[in-house]
Ligand binder design. Structure first.
Ligand SMILES: C[S@@+](CC[C@H](N)C(=O)[O-])C[C@H]1O[C@@H](n2cnc3c(N)ncnc32)[C@H](O)[C@@H]1O
Length: 202
C-alpha cells in the first residue's frame, strides 16, 4: 500500500499523456536556447522517453526518482534505449526525493509525475514551493492528475483518506489558479488525465 501511495499510478503514462507533459521541451520561446530540464518521479520512464525524443543539442535533463527499483530500471533504459542514445551523456539520474535535490541549480522546464492526490496538502505545498524555487522566471512546470479520481475515491475510500485527497486537491488548485497558463484533458490514457501547465512570472 505504501508503494502504491508513493507510486500513485495503476499503469505507466501512455504516449499521448507523455507527449502533452513534454510540451515545453518541444515548444520554446527562443528556438536557439538550450534547456535545463527536471523530471520528478520518472518511474519506469515513459515521460522521460518523450522528453529525450524532444531534446535538442545543449539540452540536459535530471531525472529524480525515489524508488530504487525504478532507478535501476531507468539506468538500464538510458543505456539501452535508442531514444536516449544521442543524449545519454546529458541525462543524470538522482536516486532521491525531489525536494532533497538542493537549490543550487535552476531549471527552465520541470515535469512532475508525482502523485499529488496521494500526498497531504502540506506535502503538495512543500513540493510546489520547491519547484518554484528552482524554476527560472518564465519557466514551466507541467504535471497531471487523473480525471474522475475524486468521484471514485468518494465511493471506495475510507472517509479520512477521501478528506486528505480533497485537501491536497485544494492545495493543487491554489497553485493552478495562481500560475496556470493552460490545462488539457487527455482522454487517450488509462485512466484519462488532466495536464496542467504552470508558468513562473518573468
Ligand atoms: C505516478 S508515478 C509516475 C511514473 C511516470 N512518470 C509515469 O507517468 O508513468 C510516480 C513516481 O514518482 C515517484 N516518487 C514519488 N514521490 C517522489 C518524490 N518525493 N521524489 C521523487 N520521486 C517520487 C514514485 O516512485 C513513482 O515512480
Amino acid at each position: 500500500m505504501q508503494t502504491f501511495r508513493t507510486t500513485g499510478a495503476i499503469i505507466p503514462s501512455g504516449a499521448a499523456l507523455a507527449s502533452e507533459l513534454a510540451r515545453y521541451v518541444a515548444q520554446r520561446n527562443d528556438p536557439a536556447s538550450s534547456l535545463s530540464i527536471l523530471e520528478a518521479g520518472p518511474g519506469t520512464g515513459p515521460v522521460s522517453r518523450a522528453i529525450a525524443a524532444r531534446m535538442r543539442p545543449g539540452d540536459a535533463v535530471d531525472l529524480v526518482e525515489a524508488n530504487p527499483v525504478f532507478v535501476e530500471h531507468l539506468t538500464r533504459l538510458v543505456k539501452s534505449d535508442p531514444v536516449f542514445q544521442p543524449i545519454a551523456d546529458r541525462v543524470t539520474i538522482h536516486p532521491t526525493l525531489v525536494t532533497e535535490l538542493g537549490t543550487d541549480r535552476q531549471f527552465d522546464v520541470i515535469i512532475s509525475g508525482l502523485p499529488f492526490a496521494n500526498f497531504t496538502a502540506d506535502e503538495v505545498r512543500t513540493i510546489m514551493e520547491y519547484y518554484f524555487s528552482v524554476l527560472r522566471p518564465g519557466g514551466y512546470v507541467s504535471f497531471f492528475s487523473y480525471l474522475y479520481l475524486k468521484q471514485v475515491t468518494a465511493v471506495v475510500s475510507p472517509l479520512d483518506d477521501y478528506l486528505r485527497r480533497v485537501r491536497s486537491g485544494w492545495e493543487v488548485r491554489e497553485w493552478v489558479n495562481r500560475y496556470a497558463v493552460d490545462q488539457v484533458h487527455v482522454y487517450r490514457n488509462i485512466p484519462p488525465a488532466c495536464v496542467f501547465h504552470l508558468r513562473k512570472p518573468l
